[in-house]
Structure formats: C-alpha cells, structure tokens
Ligand binder design. Structure first.
Ligand SMILES: NC(=O)C1=CN([C@@H]2O[C@H](COP(=O)(O)OP(=O)(O)OC[C@H]3O[C@@H](n4cnc5c(N)ncnc54)[C@H](OP(=O)(O)O)[C@@H]3O)[C@@H](O)[C@H]2O)C=CC1
Ligand SMILES: CC(=O)N[C@@H](CCC(=O)OP(=O)(O)O)C(=O)O
Length: 346
C-alpha cells in the first residue's frame, strides 16, 4: 500500500483528493493536514466522509509527515510547499504539489506574476511539470511533481496538437475560459458569495491572470519558440467545471480530416483525453466528477481561423485527479488506477 499524506486536506482540491484516494485500492491516507481544523474530526469538516474517514486533522508538519508516508500532496496556497520542502524530505518521499510553486521554470517570472518570493528556487529545475499526456516518462523519475494549473491543463490539451504540428500561428492564440466557483477555493471571499456569483458571469484577471505565463511556457515548449497569448478567464455560477474556447489563425488551408488526424495522433492512446465526434462541442456536464478532458475543434474557412475547445472538471483533471494520475506514474501503477469513474449526470 502507498501511504499518503495531504497538506491542505480541508480545502476543495484536498477534499477531492481524499474522495479519490479513498477509492484507490493501492493507497491508504495517513495524514489529513490542515491549518484551521487541527484535532477536529475530518468528517466534521466534510460530512460526506461520515463513517468513511474516522481520523482527525493533523497539522502541516511536512518533516514529521515524511517519516510516515511515501507521498505528500500539497493542496495549499501558493508559496507554502516551497517554504516547507527540503533535501531531507525529498530523500524520503515524493512530493506532488498542486500549487504553482514549481510549475514555472523562470523564478523571476514566478515572483512577478505571483507577487511572492520563491522560498526553494533550487528545486525548480528538477521539478517535473505533471502533465501526464506530455511528460509521462519524466514524471516516473521525479522527486517533485508540479501538478499543472486547472485552466492551463484544459487550455493546453485543447490546443497542443495544433501547435505541435505547426497548423496554427501560436502567437495568434486567444483563450477564453470559464470556471465554476470551486476553482476559487473554500476560503471566504466577497467575490464568491452566492449573490455575487449567482445569475452572473464576469471576466476577471483580464490581461493579467497568473495562469498566462504557465500556459505560454508550455505552449512555447510545444511550438519550439516563445509564444505569447491572450487569456481571459470568467467566473460562472456553477460549482465545478472549466470550459475553454480558443482561437488561432491557421497557417494554411486544412480540412476537417487533416486536423482530426492530428488530434488522433496525440490523443488516440490517451484514455483521459476524449476527442469528440465532428461538430460535437465539449460540455462541462459530460465530464463532471471524472478525470476526462473532452476536446474538439472547428475550422472557420471564412476567417481562416480554427476554434479549439475543451471541457474538464477543475477539481479532478484540473487538480486532484491529475495528482492521482501523477502518483500512479511515480509508483509504477497503471495510470488509470482509481480514476476510471464515469462522469456524473445529472
Ligand atoms: N480549486 C481548484 O479548482 C484548484 C486548485 N488548485 C490549487 O490547489 C491549492 C489549493 O486550492 P483550493 O483547494 O482551491 O484552496 P482552498 O482555499 O479550498 O484550500 C486551501 C487549503 O490549504 C490549507 N492552508 C491554507 N493556508 C495554510 C497554511 N498557511 N498552512 C497550511 N495549510 C494551509 C487550508 O487549510 P484549512 O482549511 O484547514 O485552513 C486548506 O486545506 C492551491 O494552490 C490552488 O491553486 C489547483 C487546481 C485547481
Ligand atoms: C475560479 C478561480 O478563481 N479559479 C482560480 C484558478 C484555480 C486555481 O486554484 O489555480 P491553480 O490551478 O493554478 O492551482 C483562479 O483564477 O485563480
């Protein structure tokens, strides 16, 4: 059995990790880490875990945790994982960080966009960006996994084949994305109150959202050249789900069949990326609660642009599910272990 500890088990991403790991036949959760609920029963914080989890919440002592577990998930605010990790810990356990601390290779870019000092820049280079569909082999050898951001996962996987095969001019990419409010976490914020969110849709972080450099960096690797994008997220009155609609100029005339062949080349063997049938648009409801990303595209011959679309559950493939997928790779398990649940509907 793999022994797991979660720092931030009481947040939304952490709670989703608990749900997924309870259903994983090779994992035992040994440490439910919290900041505000230390010594309180985990099931008193999340009543869905009544009679399923008997343990109490513990603190965020990563050193002590590292003596008791094989893998530590950090589902905590930006900066916390970097402030805790050290060589002694990394010699004992694998770290899967759901925050952005190790996603961006240039520490100056991280510090500029996140507005905080990076406390462990010495580990940025060795950390592996945990997008399994792209970095599978590197992930297997890693000590630290930088679990990708939710918007970056959905955006990148929707666009990746077109960039990788040079079908589009990557510097014309515009990404319009929408997220349910669980993406903002459980912490109380006025912007996320029911009256602010319900019956409303709003853009935020326009021309400045912190996921912009993460998406640009990954697209740059795929394109083999620096890529600049426009990225606009929107908050929508749903609990879960991310929908991405991305636009880019085609470099040449292409047919549906040619582009479909490109998507199939990258995703035919990828269980968690479903390329939908012609003219079917991804919808968040058809991936909810699952680790699937549904993608598709439509060519607009009038404007010579292509519209690339993706839908995903921000808490599953966008966070906890992807973290479990990474853990499976790290421990030599079938990548799908514990993640083969069908999407939830209605
Ligand atoms: N929500 C999402 O869809 C996604 C989130 N993520 C990332 O996952 C991480 C967690 O996000 P999310 O679950 O939404 O956030 P939440 O606000 O819901 O949860 C934050 C968690 O971190 C704990 N925490 C906060 N401050 C500290 C601290 N100083 N020391 C120890 N623990 C602390 C909280 O503990 P307590 O509650 O006990 O105070 C809580 O368990 C973030 O880095 C986020 O970017 C990534 C992809 C998607
Ligand atoms: C709706 C909402 O607020 N979403 C969050 C993104 C989700 C998240 O927690 O970010 P990571 O994926 O980088 O960890 C945001 O815009 O900051």
């Amino acid at each position: 059995m793999i022994k797991a500890g979660i720092i931030g088990a009481t947040g939304y991403a952490g709670a989703e990790l608990v749900r997924l790991l309870l259903g994983h036949k090779e994992v035992e959760i040994k440490w439910y880490g919290s900041r505000s609920y230390v010594d309180q029963a985990y099931a008193s914080v999340y009543q869905n875990m009544f009679q399923l989890v008997d343990e109490k919440c513990l603190d965020d002592n990563m050193e002590a945790m590292a003596d008791q577990v094989d893998v530590i998930f950090t589902a905590t605010p930006q900066g916390l994982c970097a402030s805790l990790v050290n060589e002694n810990i990394l010699n004992k356990v694998k770290i899967i960080d759901l925050s952005a601390d190790f996603r961006i290779k240039d520490v100056n870019v991280y510090e500029k966009w996140y507005g905080i000092e990076h406390k462990a820049p010495q580990y940025i280079e060795e950390a592996v960006y945990g997008l399994c569909e792209v970095n599978r082999e590197k992930i297997k050898q890693a000590r630290i996994i930088a679990n990708p951001g939710c918007y970056p996962t959905c955006s990148f996987l929707s666009i990746y084949p077109c960039v990788k095969e040079g079908l589009i001019d990557p510097n014309t990419i515009i990404i319009d994305a929408k997220s349910g409010t669980s993406g903002a976490g459980r912490g109380a914020k006025v912007d996320n109150l029911f009256c602010e969110v319900n019956e409303n849709i709003k853009a935020y972080g326009v021309a400045g959202h912190r996921h912009t450099p993460e998406i640009e960096e990954q697209l740059s690797y795929a394109a083999g050249e620096p890529v600049l994008i426009n990225f606009t997220p929107h908050l929508v009155p749903m609990q879960r789900g991310i929908l991405v609609t991305a636009y880019a100029s085609l470099k040449k005339d292409v047919t549906y069949e040619e582009v479909k062949a490109v998507y199939d080349k990258y995703y035919d063997k990828e269980y968690f990326v479903r390329v939908l049938n012609k003219d079917v648009c991804p919808q968040t409801r058809w991936v909810e609660g699952s680790n699937f990303v549904d993608v598709n595209f439509k060519i607009d011959p009038r404007t010579k642009r292509i519209i690339m679309m993706g839908a995903m559950d921000n808490l599953v493939k966008g966070a906890a599910g992807q973290a479990v997928q990474n853990m499976n790779l790290l421990f030599g398990l079938d990548e799908k272990t514990g993640l083969q649940m069908a999407p939830l509907f209605p």
